[in-house]
Design a protein around this ligand. Structure first.
Ligand code: AMP
Ligand code: MG
Length: 401
């Protein structure tokens, strides 16, 4: 049976990157840059005031300037060019973000001077030389690398791209995702339960939300009966429209588990089935070699579907989008186990629980059907087979968004 790491390696090797496209800057949020970006403007663009106050020459700043009187010769607001230099005995009224005139040695805060009606000021508290001037290029210099290919477009990255005047950017694609929940027992929320053996479909809404949070676009969300021909038809139809198909349920060894043969009949080659993990063992992964589409058969137990989504589907979605490095997986933090965590089994066991402060504590029932404890969890921790993590020992906790 494959280890988690081997399974992930195989998935990433078979998952293609989607074609890139040029989009409006604001439409890039949450997507991934498809090319490195080089600054052509310095930040700040010019020497500017960081305060509302007065630009002064060397004689107007430093301790010995306190008590002196300076003549205010002009005013520069943000957006106005500084045309006249400031000289000894003079001050220029400036505002935050305004260019400072030539000859400026410092800016005095307006709170630190007394302004007189005859256009003079008295320096009460002098700024140090260089104070309250933002120097051109102090943040970014023209020519500097601003962002890398594969970097996620966050609001702050979007802002720095905007400083360069760019209204369009080239980004990776958005995966078109199809979700197929299988099971004759399933009923969509909002409908009455027809029999005492019916349950509501919770994987469908969960997977839809997970895909959305990863940055994918759920273009089809469907329910399939436990019937080979019907599932094959559904998968064929989904694969016409989707880059990734996520099936839940029907991948185990039961008489009503038809998903793997249905995938094959719909044109997917099965790359692997089963991973040495708990929950999530019956995970199946298939590839359509003609069109480069991929299909995941996630176990139907809700926690298994959840954990295998984060460990395997999320990285595949992100690779398709052009992500790299840390954006291919959940963020992890190193914390300490709040209690002893025991894995007597022969598969890696993913525990759900809570990270609070510097500790991780497993939460509630840990079986694969037990969704309630998952709904309270904020992290997953993996304990290797036949391993006991003692209270206080270091563990990597994968933080759930
Ligand atoms: P399966 O993988 O189809 O054998 O399903 C394993 C368990 O998960 C069974 O108890 C199913 O009823 C349950 N299950 C399967 N699919 C879903 C779903 N979409 N929502 C909630 N529970 C499910
Ligand atoms: Mg089933």
């Amino acid at each position: 049976m494959l280890t988690t790491a081997d399974a992930l390696e195989r998935i990433l090797a078979k998952t293609p990157q989607l074609p890139t496209s040029e989009v409006a800057l604001d439409a890039g949020l949450g997507r991934f840059l498809a090319q490195p970006m080089q600054a052509h403007l310095s930040l700040p663009r010019f020497d500017q005031s960081s305060m509302d106050g007065y630009a002064v020459a060397e004689d107007g700043c430093g301790k010995r300037a306190e008590g002196s009187c300076l003549r205010v010769i002009s005013e520069i607001a943000a957006g106005t060019e500084a045309k006249v230099p400031v000289s000894a005995g003079q001050a220029v009224r400036v505002f935050t973000g305004a260019p400072v005139p030539q000859g400026t040695a410092a800016v005095l805060m307006q709170e630190d001077v007394t302004a007189h009606p005859d256009s003079t000021i008295t320096v009460n508290i002098a700024a140090e030389p260089g104070e309250f001037i933002r120097r051109a290029g102090a943040d970014v210099s023209a020519g500097q690398r601003l962002a890398e290919s594969g970097q996620r477009i966050t609001p702050a990255l979007l802002a720095i791209l905007a400083t360069q005047g760019w209204a369009k950017i080239v980004v990776g694609g958005v995966p078109q995702v199809g979700i197929l929940s299988t099971g004759d027992e399933l009923v969509s929320p909002g409908h009455p339960l027809p029999s005492a053996a019916s349950i509501y479909n919770s994987n469908g809404p969960m997977l839809q939300a997970l895909v959305k949070s990863a940055g994918g676009d759920c273009v089809r969300v469907e329910h399939g009966r436990d019937d080979l021909a019907a599932l094959t038809d559904s998968l064929r139809s989904l694969s016409d429209q989707c880059d990734i198909i996520i099936v839940s349920g029907g991948v185990s060894v039961g008489d009503h588990d038809h998903v793997r043969p249905a995938m094959e009949q719909a044109g997917f080659e099965m790359d692997f089935w089963k991973v040495r993990m708990k929950p999530g063992k019956p995970l199946a992964f298939g590839v359509d070699p003609v069109h480069g589409r991929v299909a995941f058969g996630l176990p139907g137990n809700p926690v298994s579907a959840f954990v295998t989504f984060w460990l395997f589907v999320f990285p595949a979605l992100r690779k398709m989008m052009g992500a790299s490095g840390a954006d291919l997986s959940l963020p992890a933090v190193n914390v300490r186990a709040a209690t002893t965590i025991d894995n007597k089994g022969d598969r890696a066991h993913w525990f759900r629980g809570r990270v609070s402060g510097a500790h991780f504590e497993p939460l509630g029932l840990q079986e694969s059907h037990a969704l309630f404890s998952l709904s309270k969890a904020n992290a997953l921790v993996c304990v290797e087979p036949e391993t006991t993590v003692s209270e206080g020992a270091a563990v990597d906790a994968w933080l759930l968004p």
